[in-house]
Write a protein that binds this ligand. Structure first.
Ligand SMILES: Nc1ncnc2c1ncn2[C@@H]1O[C@H](COP(=O)(O)OP(=O)(O)OP(=O)(O)O)[C@@H](O)[C@H]1O
Length: 298
């Protein structure tokens, strides 16, 4: 069963094309990580799916209906990227207030325990640390026992312990049959939680695969050097040339350097560095997503 769907969804903000004919389906029981650099369009996609914004073109669906219709959102829990909490209300009061909107909310003590906020129950939210406020905002998404939870960068700004508490809560919800869509900048976070990873860049889906497959792609290194001519080298998945330097993308930089030496290539200024997610994906998905060209003599 498909709980959320985008079909050729496009969203423009003035001249900015934030989403570009994007297709995505989230099925019941999945835990999907949405990964991508700043500005990739993750929040825009989430905002369309949860009914906060409308697509400029294309369609979005939530539980088979229009996300802007409140009836479609009945089984949805959301934590947007930025949330406001009434600063003078106590943590327990916020949970009671929000819980009153649902027929069968998770009991306050259970929710606060799950999110590591038991000790703060009497604290005014204005007096919480940034991390505690964020955890409370995320906890509220789970309060009404939703079937689908959508979290936009839930752990940004959290320390390691708080992040792990949140991960545990998300995992427990999923183990109980809940469906989760969450965005993140961190592959490690998506890896810790999700089975399926959707990588976004420039408003499009660049890859939609298992964590292991994505891990293989982002394990790409960039070996860059200055050389007059290069032979075809095995293991190179992409080649670019800028300012007189040749950049070789490879999944095994050590072997590539050995091959360069064995081939007797006269190179200088060798540099090896990890590629950013964006670089790796843009390079690998160049040429209409087919395997990028093998290196040529430059
Ligand atoms: N309200 C808005 N008005 C104008 N441009 C916007 C607006 N919201 C988003 N954008 C632009 O749309 C593009 C996609 O932004 P979006 O926030 O969806 O990306 P993101 O992947 O969530 O980024 P981040 O990881 O930084 O949160 C960016 O170029 C952004 O500047």
């Amino acid at each position: 069963m498909i709980l959320a769907r985008a079909e050729q969804a496009t969203r423009r903000y003035g001249n900015v094309l934030a989403l570009d004919r994007l297709d995505l389906e989230v099925r019941a029981g999945e835990l999907v990580g949405l990964l991508g650099p700043n500005g990739a369009g993750k929040s825009t996609l989430i905002n369309l799916l949860v009914g906060l914004r409308r697509p400029t073109a294309g369609r979005v669906e939530l539980f088979g209906g229009d996300p802007r219709d409140p009836a479609s959102r009945r089984h949805l829990g959301v934590t947007p990227q930025e949330t406001g909490l009434p600063g003078t209300l106590r943590v327990g009061e916020v949970v009671e207030f929000v819980g009153a909107h649902f027929p069968d909310p998770v009991p306050k003590a259970e929710l606060l325990d799950r999110f590591g906020l038991t000790a703060q129950v009497k604290r005014q939210t204005g007096g919480l640390s940034g991390g505690q406020r964020r955890r409370l905002a995320v906890a509220l998404a789970f309060l009404g026992r939703p079937r689908l939870v959508v979290l936009d960068e839930p752990t940004t700004g959290l320390d390691v312990e708080a992040r792990h508490t949140l991960w545990e809560a998300i995992r427990a919800f999923h183990a109980d049959g809940g469906t989760v869509l969450l965005s993140s900048h961190y592959l490690e976070e998506v890896e810790a939680l999700a089975h399926r990873v959707v990588v976004m860049g420039r408003g499009r889906v660049l890859a939609d695969d298992t964590v292991a497959a994505i891990r293989g792609i982002v394990g790409v290194r960039r070996v860059s050097l200055v050389a007059d001519a290069l032979p075809a080298l095995p293991g190179v998945v992409g080649t670019t040339r800028t300012d007189g330097r040749t950049h070789l993308l490879t999944t095994d930089a050590d072997q590539l350097v050995r091959d360069l030496v064995t081939a007797g290539v006269a190179f200088r200024d060798l540099e090896v560095r990890p590629t950013s997610l964006e670089e790796a994906f843009l390079a690998i998905t160049a040429d209409d997503g087919s395997t990028p060209a093998q290196p040529t003599t430059v």
